[in-house]
Design a protein around this ligand. Structure first.
Ligand code: NAG
Ligand code: NAG
Ligand code: NAG
Ligand code: NAG
Ligand code: NAG
Ligand code: FE2
Length: 475
C-alpha cells in the first residue's frame, strides 16, 4: 500500500488524502461517543514555586511562636479534633486551651512532641494534641502557645452523624506551593459554596522535588496552608510525594516526614497504619486508601478494607466516598494505568457496596467519569472494556491543585466512552451533600472567577436514589 501511494501523482494523492480525512471524520462520528474534552485552552506556562520570602511563608512574629497550625478529625464520628503545630526554637508549651464560643470555661489538653532528621535537615518541635469529647455542631476556639505568643484559632465541629445532614466538602489534590497553588487555595476559600472540611487527595508539599528533599519546604507548606487548615479539618490521603524513600541515607521506611507532621485517626477505624482508614462525618462515610502501601490479597490494607465495607450503614451515612491518590480511570498520558493493579483488587467491592464517588489526585488535570465498572474480566474470558454500571461510582481525578510540576495536557485520543469530561486546568471542587438522595458537585478552574463552575452536576445517591445521573447522553 504505502509503496503504491508514494508512486502516485500529486493530485491523486491529495484527493486520496481528502477521502482519508473524510473517512476518519466519519469514523470519529461513529466511534467517538465519549464525553467532552473541554474546549477551554489554558495558556501553557510552567508552574513556579513561590520564593521562600513570600508573604504566605512568613513566620509568626516572636521567639518560638507556634506555626504551621493544622487540624484534622480525631475520631470516628467527629467529636474529636487533632490539633498540630510546630515550634522552631524549643519545645515550648504542650497545652492546647479550648473553649466553646460564648463560654468562659477554658479546658486543657496535652500534646505530644516529636522531632525528626532527614538528610541534613532537623525538624522543629512538632506537637500533636487530640481534643476529645467535643459537642457536635459547635464552634470552638483554641489557643496554642502561651503568654504574648499565644495564637488563637477556631473550628466548628460537624453535625451529629445522620442520614439527612447537609455538609459541604472541598476537594483539593496535589497542591504544592506554587503561585498556582496559592490561587487554588484562595479560590477554595472564596467559593460561595463554603466548604466545611477538605478532602485532600495526596501530594502535599512537593518538598521531595528539591535537593535532598529539602524539608524546609515542608515547613513553608505548613505555613502556607495554615490560613485554611487551622480553621477546618483537612482529611489526609497519602500520595507518592509523601513516600520520601531514601535508602542512600538509611531512610528505608517510607513516609517519614509526612507521618511526623500529619496525624490521622486511623486507630478509630481499626486500621493498623495511618495510610488507610475511615471516618464518618455528617452524612458521609469516607474511606481513605493508600496507593503506596501493599493492597494485594492477605495484606493488612486488603484485609482491613474487606472488613470495612460491610460496616457501612447507609441508613446512618448514605454517602459512601473513597479517597485515593492514583486514579483507576484516567485517560491522560500521564501516570497511565498506574492505578490499574489496585483497581483489579478492589473494584468488585466498590460496585457491590455501591460507592457513590471515588476522588483521586496524581494526574495534574481534571477528569470525571461516567458510572462505569470493569469487573467481568478474568484471564480466560477476555472481557476487558469498562461498561456502563449504575451500581458503580463516579471517578473524579482532581490532581490539579497547582504544584510546580505543571499541568498534564496530553490526553489519549479519542476520548474513551467512560470519560464524561476532561480538562487540563488547575482548580478545586466542592461536594455539597443536601440530603440522603442529592449532592451537588462542582469543579472550578482557576482561570475563572471563584464562583464560576466549569463542570457541575447533581449526584444521586446510589443506595437511596439510584437513578441514572450520567451527563454524556444529555450533553
Ligand atoms: C497568595 O494569595 C493571597 C490571597 O489571595 C494573597 O494575599 C497573597 O499575596 C498571595 N501570595 C503570593 C505569593 O502569591
Ligand atoms: C474495632 O475493633 C474492636 C474490637 O474488635 C470493636 O469492638 C470495634 O467495634 C471496632 N471498631 C470499628 C470502628 O470497627
Ligand atoms: C443502621 O443505622 C440506623 C440509623 O442510625 C440504625 O437504626 C440501624 O440499627 C443501623 N443498622 C445496623 C445494622 O447497625
Ligand atoms: C503524548 O503522549 C503519547 C503517549 O505517551 C506520546 O506518544 C506523544 O508523543 C505525546 N505527545 C506530546 C505532544 O507530548
Ligand atoms: C433533597 O435535596 C434535593 C436538592 O436540594 C431536593 O430537590 C429534594 O426535594 C430533597 N429531598 C427531600 C426528601 O427533602
Ligand atoms: Fe502524585
Amino acid at each position: 500500500m504505502s509503496r503504491i501511494r508514494t508512486k502516485m501523482a500529486a493530485p491523486a494523492l491529495s484527493r486520496r488524502s481528502v477521502l482519508a480525512v473524510l473517512s476518519l471524520m466519519l469514523n470519529a462520528a461513529v466511534l467517538c461517543n465519549g464525553g467532552t474534552t473541554s474546549s477551554f485552552v489554558r495558556k501553557v506556562e510552567k508552574a513556579v514555586d513561590m520564593p521562600l520570602d513570600s508573604d504566605v511563608f512568613l513566620e509568626p512574629p516572636g521567639y518560638n511562636a507556634p506555626q504551621q497550625v493544622h487540624i484534622t478529625q480525631g475520631d470516628l464520628v467527629g467529636k474529636a479534633v487533632i490539633v498540630s503545630w510546630v515550634t522552631m526554637d524549643e519545645p515550648g508549651p504542650d497545652t492546647v486551651h479550648y473553649w466553646k464560643e460564648n463560654s468562659k470555661h477554658k479546658k486543657k489538653a496535652k500534646a505530644t512532641v516529636t522531632t525528626y532528621k532527614y538528610y541534613t535537615y532537623a525538624s522543629g518541635y512538632i506537637h500533636h494534641c487530640t481534643i476529645k469529647h467535643l459537642e457536635f455542631n459547635t464552634k470552638y476556639y483554641y489557643e496554642v502557645g502561651a503568654g504574648s505568643l499565644a495564637r488563637t484559632f477556631w473550628f466548628t465541629t460537624p453535625p451529629e452523624v445522620g442520614p439527612d445532614v447537609p455538609y459541604t466538602f472541598g476537594l483539593i489534590g496535589d497542591l504544592g506551593q506554587s503561585y498556582d497553588s496559592n490561587k487554588t487555595l484562595t479560590h477554595y476559600e472564596l467559593n460561595p459554596a463554603k466548604g466545611d472540611a477538605v478532602l485532600f487527595l495526596g501530594d502535599l508539599s512537593y518538598a521531595d522535588n528539591y535537593p535532598n528533599h529539602d524539608n524546609v519546604r515542608w515547613d513553608t507548606w505548613g505555613r502556607f496552608v495554615e490560613r485554611s487548615v487551622a480553621y477546618q479539618p483537612w482529611i489526609w490521603t497519602t500520595g507518592n510525594h509523601e513516600i520520601d524513600f531514601a535508602p542512600e541515607i538509611g531512610e528505608t521506611k517510607p513516609f517519614k516526614p509526612f507521618t511526623h507532621r500529619y496525624r490521622v485517626p486511623y486507630k478509630a477505624s481499626n486500621s493498623t497504619a495511618p495510610f488507610w482508614y475511615s471516618i464518618k462525618r455528617a452524612s458521609a462515610y469516607i474511606i481513605v486508601l493508600s496507593s503506596y502501601s501493599a493492597y494485594g490479597k492477605y495484606t493488612p490494607q486488603f484485609k482491613w478494607l474487606e472488613e470495612e465495607f460491610p460496616k457501612v450503614n447507609r441508613s446512618e451515612t448514605p454517602w459512601l466516598i473513597v479517597l485515593l491518590h492514583s486514579p483507576w480511570y484516567n485517560s491522560y498520558n500521564y501516570h497511565y494505568m498506574e492505578g490499574e493493579t489496585m483497581r483489579v483488587m478492589f473494584e468488585p467491592w466498590f460496585v457491590k457496596y455501591k460507592v457513590d464517588a471515588v476522588f483521586a489526585g496524581h494526574v495534574h488535570a481534571y477528569e470525571r467519569s461516567e458510572r462505569v465498572s470493569n469487573i467481568a474480566y478474568n484471564i480466560v474470558n477476555g472481557i476487558c472494556s469498562p461498561v456502563s454500571d449504575q451500581s458503580a461510582p463516579v471517578y473524579i481525578t482532581i490532581g490539579d491543585g497547582g504544584n510546580l510540576e505543571g499541568l498534564a495536557t496530553n490526553m489519549t485520543e479519542p476520548q474513551p466512552k467512560y470519560s464524561a469530561f476532561r480538562e487540563a486546568s488547575f482548580g478545586h471542587a466542592t461536594l455539597a451533600i443536601k440530603n440522603r438522595t442529592h449532592a451537588y458537585y462542582s469543579w472550578h478552574r482557576n482561570q475563572d472567577g471563584y464562583a464560576v463552575k466549569a463542570d457541575s452536576l447533581w449526584f444521586f445517591n446510589r443506595f437511596w436514589h439510584p437513578v441514572d445521573d450520567s451527563t454524556t447522553a444529555h450533553s
